[in-house]
Design a binder for this molecule. Structure first.
Ligand code: P53
Length: 479
């Protein structure tokens, strides 16, 4: 037990998930195939494969998730017992527009979220909603090239307006694109598909394609912000940034400059979302690389008019980089320019554990973007063991949360960071986005299912459940 700083009474303590990682029921109620539905199961260190459509005989963990679609009433009761004030999830685009390019939405999909949101609200829990969380309709990838195509802006906007109108009295906090900046690692097909629906070939310029798709997404986000505010002026619409600060390995000036460029390359997405304009270095970089970008004056005006209300972000880990001698371009490239941090420990999946990095990040973002923040993901993926008595003693998870919540509270109480709330990732066990495993567990609530989708899917409380319940009940004092 440790003592933390008291958070305000209206602070949004909660939990976070994404539709495709827990709902399952991949074809229920007329749902279409999403990009998550064509991703096979991977393992720790073994990447997931993307198949050409759903192929018989392959294993697709998102098809069953943790069966939330059928079991959510029980889960919502557990969330209430935990004391959660809010629940962050996403709306599966393919439940609303199964192929993405229909003129009319699918009523059965809309009804599912009406029922879910009503149930949450009846239990005193407000939904916090991500519009696009790694689950674009697969048809938009195949027929239009995802966000490589300007047309996809219109498809996204149609989806956004449909759900803004439908849920305008049930949802206040929204986010446009989940972890839009994961695609900084532009030569990895995984984030390119998840963020932007890109499937590129050997003759494409992958880096340019990433910047172009990200530009269209930022325009789509800015249009959605404007549309949302017109539908309900009380909406708070944020961006969602994967925040992993990048430190210089040493005080060597080249290391420091490389880390600065690394931060610019990973966080310019946030500059555009928050400032409504591109940072100065980036057009220069496009010029040097010879990228001929489709960025119109109208786009620039749209970006300026559609800045976000708050910064939603995930925080799991920090990174480290170092400079190259005699390289004045400082052309940081992720992940090959990352080096090990000798000062921190790692999870079993190699994620570096750094609570101080959370406080550092919150200060950095406050100084740079001057907006309220919302920690919409933070957590510890681990192999949990169930005892013979059916208990899970996840003291390692409690210890991760204790240190990170303490750092968060210091950023608020000592540094004055303006923070709306905190929603730990995977408050109930679900399918991992990067590996497709169930075994990489994050939850306070255990789900009895393995990587192959076998098990009773019964829910039970881990030790961390009682611990987080006390944290919320004490407004963050009892850590
Ligand atoms: P998993 C990479 C780095 C940081 C966060 O991740 C990331 C990723 C991509 O996997 O993703 C976010 O399940 C994401 C969630 C995801 C969660 O972090 O790979 O928003 O969808 O599940 C944890 O362990």
């Amino acid at each position: 037990m440790a003592t933390g700083y008291q958070m305000p009474k209206n602070f949004l303590w909660g939990g976070a998930v994404a539709a495709h990682q827990l709902e399952g029921a991949w074809q229920a109620g007329g749902k279409g195939v999403s990009i998550a539905d064509v991703m096979t199961a991977g393992k720790n260190g073994v990447p997931r494969q993307v198949t050409d459509g759903v192929v018989a005989g392959e294993s697709y963990p998102n098809h069953w998730g943790n069966d939330f679609y059928h079991r959510y009433p029980e889960d919502v009761q557990l969330f209430e017992e935990l004391g959660m004030k809010c629940f962050r999830t996403s709306i599966a685009w393919t439940r609303i527009y199964p192929n993405g390019d229909e003129a009319q939405p699918n009523e059965a999909g809309l009804k599912f979220y009406d029922d879910l949101f009503d149930d949450l609200l009846a239990h005193g829990i407000q939904p916090v909603i991500t519009l696009s969380h790694f689950e674009m309709p697969y048809h938009l990838v195949k027929a239009y090239g995802g966000f490589s195509n300007r047309k996809t802006i219109d498809f996204f906007l149609r989806f956004a307006k449909t759900v803004f109108k439908r849920y305008k009295d049930k949802v206040k906090y929204w986010m446009t694109f989940n972890e839009i900046n994961n695609q900084t690692a532009w030569d990895d097909p995984h984030p390119l598909l998840q963020d932007s629906g890109l499937q590129l070939g050997p003759n494409d310029n992958w880096e340019q394609a990433m910047y172009q798709a990200a530009h269209y997404e930022l325009v789509a986000s800015a249009l959605a912000v404007q549309a949302g505010h017109a539908i309900n002026p009380d909406f708070q619409i944020g961006c969602m940034i994967a925040m992993c600060p990048i430190y210089p390995l040493t005080a060597k000036p080249a290391d420091v400059m490389m880390a600065e460029r690394a931060m610019q390359k990973r966080y310019w997405f946030g500059d555009v979302h928050c400032w409504g304009e591109y940072p100065k270095w980036l057009p220069k970089y496009f010029e040097r690389q010879g990228f001929d970008m489709d960025i119109t004056d109208e786009d620039l005006a749209t970006l300026k008019a559609g800045t976000v209300d708050y910064v939603g972000f995930s925080y799991y880990m920090s990174f480290v980089t170092k400079g190259k001698d005699h390289d004045h371009d400082f052309n940081f490239k992720e992940p090959e320019d990352f080096v090990e941090n000798p000062y921190v420990e790692k999870s079993d999946w190699g994620w570096q554990i750094d609570p101080t990095g959370l406080r550092y990040s919150m200060n950095w973002m406050q100084d740079r973007w001057h907006l309220p923040q919302f920690i919409v993901e933070n957590g510890f993926g681990a192999y949990d063991q169930k005892t013979a008595a059916g208990e899970v003693h996840d003291d390692y998870r409690i210890s991760y949360f204790r240190d990170h919540i303490k750092a968060m509270e210091e950023a608020v109480a000592l540094d004055g960071v303006d923070l709306i709330g905190y929603t730990p990732w995977g408050c109930i066990d679900l399918v991992s986005a990067s590996t497709g495993e169930m075994a990489k567990r994050y939850g306070f609530i255990y789900v009895d299912a393995n990587d192959d989708g076998q098990g009773s899917f019964d829910r039970s409380k881990k030790d961390s459940f009682d611990w987080y319940q006390r944290v919320i009940a004490s407004d963050g004092v009892d850590l």
